[in-house]
Design a protein around this ligand. Sequence first.
Ligand code: APR
Ligand code: PHB
Length: 398
Amino acid sequence: MSGETQVGIIGAGPAGLMLSHLLHREGIASIVLERRSRDYVERRVRAGVLEQASTDLLAATGVGERMTREGLVHDGIKLRFAGEEHRIDFRRLTGQGITVYGQQEVVKDLISQRLADGGDVRFEAEATAVEGIDDDHPSIAYRRDGEPATLDCEFVAGCDGSHGVARASFPPPLAGEGQGGGPRVYERSYPFSWLGILAKTPPASNELIYAYHERGFALHSMRSPEISRLYLQVAADDTMDGWPEERIWDELRLRLAEPELRAGEIIEDGITPMRSEVIEPMQRGRLFLAGDAAHIVPATGAKGMNLALADVKVLAEALTAWYRSTSRDLLDGYSDRCLRRVWRAEQFSAWMTALLHRDPAGDPFEHKLRLSYLRYIATSTAAATTLAENYVGFDTAK
Ligand code: APR
Ligand code: PHB
């Protein structure tokens, strides 16, 4: 081994932690650098829907025990609009369901497994730059306890989320398609955000409710029989100051058509912009991006954590092939293999977002088109299957 470890990983989110875990199972050493504290990453509230492929990966690699016990298996979702409710039965349409299990619970389980296996996860260690990706000895510059340090390794995995430093070490793209220069960035922003709350109130429904209302989108999700996770479409420039608790609950009751929804203590709240982004290719030399570092999806399709886990499964297989046979074929094909799934998820997430949100600049015609399409999904098996097979995770390797 040249350097302190074989694979230097930046970021202890689902992508970085799962990669470190999968590599360990193949006898490959890694070190994870995370700029936040352990407590911070274990409490950070994010999304919570796992596709079957994600639950299978967690279970098959020995980190699914608590998820199997505490995760809530759902066989469908409810769509509500214009005073109607329609259930989309994923199980009947696709043979699969989803599991509702908070992202920070996945993070907790992975950290505890890495530490039990003697893994090296360095918290409060902030990567500042990645160097040498075009030669055989890359390194990560980082700061820990205010002191600069360097991690020498053989490969670098940038799992450092949407504002990470790993991608900054790519050269800038040339004009046009980016050939010869750095990767190309494809992006789209939306003229609205999501206000999300985690509240101590029993879920009003046993399944997720996606609601389209004249005043905008609302989503009813959950974390346990006592804790609900609720979202509202808000203006892109809204702040929490404009949303006192009473207003949040009133708006949720109205848009979700749940007049009995009980207000409860709000444990966490925040506003997240809706954004789509893909960096293509997701690799250069000895640096590989995974998860949010390489692509962002608007949360409507619940794909973020699933894409992160799927990327690192592919990356771990490619690194394993390299260490077994020094074949670079799988490493070279990493980005292409991931991007097929990523673009499917990007299209689905953008489509769900357009279908369920009120565009502030849109006209009444658009509103009517949306209602018509929602009714089409509610009444056509073909249309419902399109939603269902993408929601549970479409296998682009087919
Ligand atoms: N040095 C070290 N760690 C860093 C740095 C840095 N310079 N920059 C960011 N990080 C850490 C963040 O603190 C975070 O813990 O990288 C981690 C990235 O984790 P996530 O943001 O959870 O991203 P990822 O693992 O790709 O998981 C994607 O997260 O945002 C959600 O919706 C998204 O569900 C998806 C999932
Ligand atoms: C969540 O439970 O946080 C959640 C569920 C479905 C989504 C987004 C978020 O589409």
